[in-house]
Design a protein around this ligand. Structure first.
Ligand code: AMP
Ligand code: ZN
Length: 478
């Protein structure tokens, strides 16, 4: 598999540290509100990466954190007059519900920053001992110039950064960081302010800096060197650059072999973000659309391509997904009949010669830096092919094999359910539908076709589609 590595700016063949295993760390959300659909992009994309590795037979250790101590959480807790932990616990629970709706599987571990403080204090101590960090009045700073490769991920030059920062000297005074030895230095540990959550440390009570959290949680749950570190492209600088500086200075080894960054979800050409106020929460969108449509929409673009969000594009995604679901439904119906027919020679030929080609092309797309857009095109072709090569005379076993292939690629790897969720109906509604169907059948027997058509139209108005089959009348939701 080839992965585009932000560090080398090239697509590279993926080689795991340990044969057959892959360790992935993805920066998770800051939990102070419902997640927006921009946040859902890395969740869906990297969940798909994990699923694809599993499809290829890898054992995957997939770790993604919740940032549960942060200025925004504290601000919210002050506004609502509740402890910060109440805010973060609430939104972690809500985020997990959204993830489940989007069929994002729970990670191997979901660490929370506030539960890993001793490890963070240890890393700060190590950095001070190695002269990569220093303390000033309860704040500990990382000494950026002590880490020569600084800038290697974002391809930034340290001297350019320095001159940029000098212009911000005034801003530093405002934030109380003017005691830094160098304007490039960043905070590892900050002292407690009144009303903020804090922990005891050798530098007084305080809390960790955001970058430090990810360095410590990834070390603890994945290892000193990660196979893959991922997140949204906004995190390349300074977050991931600072993680590299901390981890490599502390651990004396490469922090991550491959860096993957998803492009942003945009809205009317602008980036979707909380600060710009132009965002939709996953919760809002799922009221209007099946969450599987959102997942399908996200994967319809390769993850490094900016993706614009609009009502029209979601409608298109919904129609596209319908074509796949209809194809899957047809296969399932034939398979479920269990008609006992033997697989014919022609069917066998399709299973042995045509199907492997689809699987191979799907894998080729995914092997090319997780090109889910091309993988979905292969799925469309597969569905077109199965539609054209199955009918009521097909053997159930053959249809079952086709269904299983579609299930593996679309449902298991891309995480897009191919079976429609059964719409719950109350028994009165079902009785009414069945009574109307019986009335229509009677009308047809009496050759009163006008009445039969009238009943069909009435059912359609109720959102029910009828299908006359040899086994009798079947109905489904439109
Ligand atoms: P945050 O809660 O802002 O730390 O973001 C959590 C994750 O969502 C990070 O990986 C961000 O890069 C990512 N993210 C935030 N906004 C967007 C967006 N509009 N499109 C894609 N990814 C985003
Ligand atoms: Zn992070």
């Amino acid at each position: 598999m080839k992965i585009y590595n932000t560090k080398t700016r090239r697509k590279e063949e993926f080689k795991p540290i340990h044969e057959g295993k892959v360790g992935i760390y993805v920066c998770g959300p800051t939990v102070y509100d419902y997640i927006h659909i921009g946040n859902a992009r890395p969740m869906i994309v990297f969940d798909t990466l994990r699923r694809y590795f599993e499809h290829k037979g890898y054992e995957v250790n997939y770790v993604t954190n919740f940032t549960d101590v942060d200025d925004k959480i504290i601000k919210r807790s002050i506004e609502e007059n509740v402890p910060a932990s109440e805010v973060s616990e609430k939104y972690i629970a809500e985020c997990k519900k959204d993830m489940e709706a989007l069929n994002v599987r729970p990670a191997t571990v979901h660490p929370q920053a506030t539960k890993e403080i001793p490890e963070m204090i240890d890393m700060v101590k190590t950095l001070i001992d190695k002269d990569h960090a220093y303390e000033k009045n309860g704040t500990v700073y990382f000494k950026v110039r002590s880490f020569a490769p600084y800038g290697k991920l974002s391809h930034k030059n340290i001297d350019d950064l320095e001159s940029g920062h000098r212009a911000e000297a005034h801003a530093l005074k405002v934030t109380g960081e003017d005691e830094k030895e160098d304007s490039l230095d960043f905070v590892l540990w900050k002292p407690k302010k009144e009303g903020e959550p804090s922990w005891k440390s050798p530098w007084g009570e305080g809390r960790p800096g955001w970058h430090l959290e990810c360095s410590c949680m990834s070390k603890k749950y994945v290892g000193d060197t990660l196979d893959i570190h991922a997140g949204g492209e906004d995190l390349i600088f300074p977050h991931h650059e600072n993680e590299i500086a901390q981890s490599e200075a502390a651990n004396d080894c490469e922090f991550a072999n491959y860096w993957m960054h998803n492009a942003f979800l945009r809205i009317n050409g602008d980036k979707m973000s909380k600060s710009l106020g132009n965002f939709f929460t996953v919760r809002d969108i799922c009221q209007q659309y099946d969450p599987q449509v959102i997942r399908f929409f996200m994967l319809s673009a390769q993850y490094r391509t900016p993706l614009n969000f609009s009502q029209d594009l979601i409608e298109d995604a919904s129609k596209g997904l319908d074509r796949i679901l209809n194809g899957a439904e047809k296969l399932k119906e034939i398979a479920d009949k269990k008609n006992g027919k033997f697989i014919t020679d022609d069917e066998q030929k399709i299973l042995e010669e045509e199907m492997p080609k689809f699987i191979e092309r799907f894998d080729e797309a995914m092997d090319d830096d997780l090109n889910t857009a091309d993988a979905i095109s292969v799925i469309f072709e597969l569905v077109r092919f199965t539609n054209a090569n199955t009918d009521e005379n097909s053997s159930s076993d053959y249809a079952d094999c086709l269904y299983k292939i579609l299930f593996e690629l679309c449902d298991k790897v891309l995480g897009i359910h191919i079976e429609r969720k059964a719409v719950e109906m109350d028994s009165d509604e079902v009785s009414e539908i069945e009574a109307l169907i019986a009335e229509r059948t009677a009308a047809k027997k009496e050759k009163n076709f006008a009445k039969a058509d009238e009943i069909r139209a009435k059912l359609l108005d109720m959102g029910i589609i009828l299908e006359d089959t040899r086994e009798g009348v079947k109905w489904k939701r439109a």
